[in-house]
Design a protein around this ligand. Structure first.
Ligand SMILES: *Cc1c(COP(=O)(O)O)cnc(C)c1O
Length: 379
């Protein structure tokens, strides 16, 4: 399908090609010095003491759940309106994800009040997701977590570079996870990063990332070690040098690209208010600086969403939905009866995500909203 305006588009150029070439020429492909530089640069950008690069954000979330001590019999509170990986990561440890509702149509993030109501004596952790790059109510959530002695893990997959009160998202909780998947604000194809200020967590995360081994192939290559012990049940969740090199270049481009996303978001808001005021734009009163990963809008309740999306497609405009709620999936269906999440269920049926990427122009935004206005009439 040749879209006139796709949902997302990556910003790759000769810099990325040169970075990959230099890795290929170096003949050192697995995790090594470029990964170390990428971790240092990422930690500095976020304002975190430690950053640990991994295979993807799903692996990052899994390791954080392990380090948080989650296991069978434990509960972790998660939103249902997120990508399935957030909840799967909890289940990998044998713990149970407990789904809670979002705040409402203006704030698609997990509701502080619903978290509070869901806490039981089994609750060990809260996994927050900063939907679209917009910050959850971290000060209140952290206070609640302190009162109940819970670990807060941030799924900041959408929020690379987002801020709240001058502090980057991802470093508010005990550990934060980022994704560099192809459609995220910066990408290496498949990749992820964990940030933390806790030295013990950082050490354990590094061990778990590479089989629980006390030395890396990289250390042995440099003559720093010739043997190793295995001190923990680890995984192979390493990143490689090609992706780390891409990550370095993409991180450099991120601030300007996020700024551009915020600008385009504002254009969307202004034009939608003029042309299609019946469409709700969430997060307009959000405080903080968003990475503006997504441009979600809520259609009026009487609109048939699938025929609406078909009408957009006919006009060459790609749209998506974020997200089908996790508690309604087949693999989670046993849970369905347990949950009453009215905001999530209402909004998940009305939400569509409009195209948003740095290379979009103002005119592209106008075209999307004009198509939206037409599709609303004929859907
Ligand atoms: C993309 C995404 C993930 C998973 O990231 P991967 O790097 O693809 O594993 C997790 N959570 C959310 C909210 C995401 O959007």
């Amino acid at each position: 399908m040749q879209w006139k305006i796709p949902l997302a588009d990556i910003d790759f150029g000769p810099e990325e090609r040169a970075a990959v070439d230099s890795v290929l020429e170096s003949k050192w492909l697995t995790m090594g010095s470029i990964t170390e530089s990428f971790e240092k640069a990422f930690a500095a950008y976020i304002g975190a003491k430690y950053a640990i690069a991994v295979t993807n954000a799903t692996a990052a979330l899994h390791l954080c759940c392990v380090v948080a001590g989650l296991g069978p019999g434990d509960e972790a509170i998660v939103p249902s309106l997120t990508f399935v990986a957030t909840a799967n990561a909890v289940r990998y440890t044998g713990a149970t994800p407990v789904f809670v509702d979002i705040a409402g149509k203006d704030d698609l993030n997990i509701s502080y009040h619903c978290i509070e109501k869901a806490i039981t004596e089994r609750t060990r952790a809260i996994l927050v997701v900063h939907y679209g790059g917009y910050a959850c109510d971290m000060p209140s959530i952290l206070e609640l977590a302190r009162e109940h002695n819970l670990v807060v893990i941030e799924d900041a997959a959408h929020a690379i570079g987002s801020e709240l009160g001058g502090i980057k998202l991802g470093i508010w909780g005990e550990m934060g996870c980022f994704s560099f998947f192809s459609n995220k604000n910066m990408t290496v194809g498949e990749g992820g990063m964990i940030v933390t200020n806790d030295e013990a967590h950082a050490q354990r995360l590094r061990l778990l990332r590479s089989h629980g081994m006390t030395s890396l192939t990289w250390d042995r290559h440099r003559g720093h070690a010739w043997s190793y012990d295995v001190v923990d049940l680890g995984y192979n969740y390493r990143i490689d040098e090609v992706r780390a090199a891409l990550g370095m270049v993409q991180l450099g481009k991120l601030p300007a690209n996020n700024e551009r996303r915020r600008y385009l978001t504002q254009v969307y808001r202004d034009v939608i208010k003029e042309l299609t005021p019946q469409v709700v734009v969430p997060f307009v009163d959000h405080d903080g600086i968003s990475a503006a990963h997504l441009m979600p809008v809520l259609l009026p309740g009487w609109i048939n969403r699938s025929s609406f999306m078909e009408k957009m497609k006919a006009q060459g405009i790609q749209t998506s939905i974020h997200y089908p709620p996790i508690h309604t999936f087949t693999a989670y269906n046993a849970e369905k009866e347990k949950y009453f999440l009215p905001q999530t269920e209402d909004i998940a049926q009305r939400e569509i995500t409009l195209p948003l990427y740095p290379a979009m122009t103002r005119e592209d935004v106008f075209s999307v909203v004009l198509a939206l206005a037409q599709a609303l009439v004929f859907a």
